[in-house]
Write a protein that binds this ligand. Structure first.
Ligand SMILES: *Cc1c(COP(=O)(O)O)cnc(C)c1O
Length: 396
């Protein structure tokens, strides 16, 4: 099947939940993708911050094929070796206490919300259930994580949503303090917002949130589903700001493209869950965890984070040069390989033109470009992407 045939069949049989681009990728190698018509693309999207090691990476291929040949899944009624190994790595890297595994970002956040409530109700009283999140946040599509997401456009039509969520202005400590009520038990936020357009807060803001949580006896939940696992130059994005959460959620890059989600909490908070309180049939399987373990160990042992910080700074510098050249570029922001370019122009047109020139990027909010290249991107590939973007922007 070619792109058009796959598109036609998709329109006929797949639910219309995405405004899909009529291209189907059939092969990948490193930072490159090929579509069903044989066109080649440089990938600055990484499957939405998922394919951190690019495509067909030998470390992942080896881990998946070796584990698949042994055992893929046995249920969580028994111990899963690769799961306890992965838990140890995530606990040691975060300085927290215990990990729980599931299959996606929304599930990781759902489990964080449930743990925060269970812990708070037992330790602080039955009326402690409220969670404050932030404007332009994104926490997932299940009903509770949709309620946690501070963007009404995603919530419309799904009411009534679960109760107990309040929204403060991202970056505004005073607003946060004003939103805290007697029912509040936790504050939940992305240390760097992704879906909301790559918003990097100040360290003062994140430190202020931590201090406020300590002062008011609230749990701090960091959603690092998109910004975690080395992308920002540190293993966890919050390590760039020197602020530690009580609960941390991970997914996207964790197994480099194999579905997995994780929720890590301090020992004290993790005690909120006992047997039967929360579970996931597929969560933390041998296959998912051995893949994640291979990816994470590779990132930790191969100077990948240093590379991401350097390459991110290099790309940001190049995009800031473009900003000097084109007045319709309003802002270039980001950290490591998580970069947003705010335009006063149609971002979807730019995306479309870049794709025609062989560069895959993402558009957020109509006017923003989101760039999430894989960790393995080289300087030559970075220069190629900058050149394509420059030639497209020159046409505006
Ligand atoms: C993508 C994302 C989610 C949702 O993850 P899914 O795997 O799609 O459920 C949650 N939080 C953040 C910050 C995300 O970027």
């Amino acid at each position: 099947m070619n792109n058009a045939q796959i598109t036609a069949k998709g329109d006929a049989f797949v639910m219309n939940t995405y405004k899909r681009i009529p291209v189907a990728f059939v092969k990948g190698e490193g930072s490159w993708l090929w579509d069903a018509d044989g066109n080649k693309y440089l990938d600055f999207l990484s499957g939405l911050a998922v394919n951190c090691l690019g495509y067909n990476h030998p470390v992942m291929v080896k881990a998946i094929s070796e584990q698949a040949a042994k055992v893929m899944h046995t249920s969580n009624l028994y111990w899963v070796g690769p799961q306890v190994e992965l838990a140890e790595v995530l606990v040691k890297q975060s300085g927290l206490g215990k990990a729980f595994f599931c299959n996606s970002g929304a599930e990781a956040n759902e489990s964080a919300i449930k743990l925060a409530r269970k812990y708070a109700k037992a330790k602080m009283g039955e009326d402690k259930y409220g969670i404050i999140t932030f404007t332009s946040s994104f926490h997932g599509r299940t009903l509770a994580t949709l309620a946690a997401t501070g963007q009404t456009k995603y919530q419309k039509g799904f009411e009534p949503l679960p109760e107990g969520f309040g929204y403060a202005k991202y970056g505004d400590l005073e607003d946060l303090e004003g939103k805290i009520t007697n029912n509040t038990c936790a504050v939940m936020l992305e240390p760097i917002q992704g879906e909301g357009g790559i918003n990097v807060p100040t360290a003062e803001f994140l430190k202020g949130v931590r201090d406020l949580c300590d002062k008011k006896g609230l749990l701090l939940i960091f959603d690092e589903v998109q910004c975690g696992i080395g992308r920002t130059g540190k293993f966890f994005a919050h390590q760039n700001f020197g602020v530690k959460p009580d609960i941390l959620t991970l997914a996207k890059s964790l197994a480099g493209g194999f579905p997995i989600g994780a929720m890590v909490a301090s020992d004290e908070v993790a005690e909120g869950f006992g047997p039967g309180d929360h579970a996931s049939t597929f969560g933390g399987s041998h296959l998912a965890c051995s893949t994640a373990l291979a990816v994470v160990n590779h990132i930790l042992q191969d100077n990948i984070m240093e590379h991401n910080a350097k390459m991110g700074a290099y790309l940001m510098g190049k995009f800031k040069e473009l900003k000097e050249k084109y007045s319709f570029i309003k802002e270039v922001r980001g950290m490591g390989l998580m970069i947003g370019i705010q335009l006063e122009a149609d971002g979807n047109w730019v995306l479309d033109q870049c794709q025609k020139e062989g560069l895959i990027i993402n558009c957020v909010g109509g006017n923003g470009l989101r760039l999430l290249p894989p960790d393995i991107i080289t300087k030559e590939e970075a220069n190629l992407a900058v050149g394509i973007l420059d030639s497209v922007l020159a046409k505006l």
